[in-house]
Design a binder for this molecule. Sequence first.
Ligand code: GDP
Ligand code: IMO
Ligand code: MG
Length: 423
Amino acid sequence: MKLDILLGLQWGDEGKGKVVDVLTPHYDVIARFQGGPNAGHSLEFNGIKHVLHIIPSGIFHPDKINIIGNGVVIDPVTFKKEIEALEKMGLHPTENLFISKKAHLILPTHKWIDAMLEAQKGEEKIGSTLKGIGPTYTDKIARNGFRVCNITAPDFLDKFAVIFKQHTDLLIKNAYQLQDDMTTVFTEWFDALQTILRFKLIDNEYEINDYLKAGKKVLAEGAQGTLLDIDFGSYPFVTSSTTVAAGACTGLGVAPNQTGRVIGIVKAYCTRVGSGPFPTELLDETGELLRTQGHEFGSTTGRARRCGWLDLVALKYAIMINGVTEMVLTKADVMDNFETIKICTEYQIGKETTDRFPAEIDTEITPVYKEFKGWKENLSLEKYYENLPQAFKEYVAFIEKETGVAIRMISTGPDRSQTIIRA
Ligand code: GDP
Ligand code: IMO
Ligand code: MG
């Protein structure tokens, strides 16, 4: 068996959580490969919405294994809260959730450094979720990080003391006001480590390769989106991990030649939280309509998401980088009442037009649009693709023709059941 990969093709919040939940019955194992509590993956069933941050979106299926891979950064306190919420629902996550020994831990000081660095950037701030993601990955790359396997090591407290001193020295040097309740915060953090220790800690690279060899189906769940990737996103307004398909290999320990389908999630329009370039952003009432109709407010921070038209330049770029084999289109239902819908097909930069995503994405870009007639029907009432309105099918056909990739599934609402699978 090959590892399938599911990831976002835009700036995150494409609906990955919902789609993973829908696909989980077809897999044996769901494994997160990067990111951390900056992610907010929502899924809905029986009229209740759940938001996951660190835990894979397959967790609501008790018969499926879920894995937090080595590429993920874990905030023990957030993790503990997520586990408590699941246990309150009657689930037993200690039975079907395993954690990589190599995953890195977010310390409270990482969050403070995140806040300090953002404050120093002033107007140029990234709009980070301030969950400590950047500083934790920085420590990882600097070979300074604190891993899950360190928790049970005999030199745990010595290692902790070294990192703690480095962090507080940096914060004090930058005149960052250390929190008065530091002892309480760290007590809570240490206490939450005990929750991590309730779980099976694994060598995920062996575990996952063994599953694949045994013919089990494994789905890698990405967080954030391609345009937030550390290398290929709209740098520096990105996150600090490899969000693209290649990240599933390094974030889980699976070789590139052991990967299979790459399922790209694409929202029918674009959204972005935080700062950074967004060529098709709509600062008018249409943008506002997308935001209100689509409930585009962050699942992690509650911030209003910036909204704009679908961007095919960026989408084709994302498809190329990830080797997307099929797409899932989400949230087209948000535009059910729109008279007209636009898709950006090219960028005009100066006098030139291009269909390539530039390295300096913050240059002055004017999107070139193709306009479509709205379908003006309630998509979520349909169960079969054949019955969907013609105008919608034409819109789908155009995206498929332009990208050369089939849209295999259409999500027409937040609930599990609001999903159309095409033959
Ligand atoms: P993720 O980070 O990619 O998992 O996406 P989020 O959960 O942050 O944001 C997607 C939002 O849209 C959530 O509130 C979902 O419940 C909701 N959602 C997902 N798919 C659809 C859809 O097809 N239609 C509508 N209307 N909402 C959806
Ligand atoms: P999911 O998995 C949308 C954005 C932040 C900020 C930038 C860097 O739910 O799609 P960070 O906290 O990583 O330092 O923030 O990335 N960002 C996301 N935007 N969805 C996410 O995750 C995001 N995770 C980070 O808003 O602009
Ligand atoms: Mg999200």
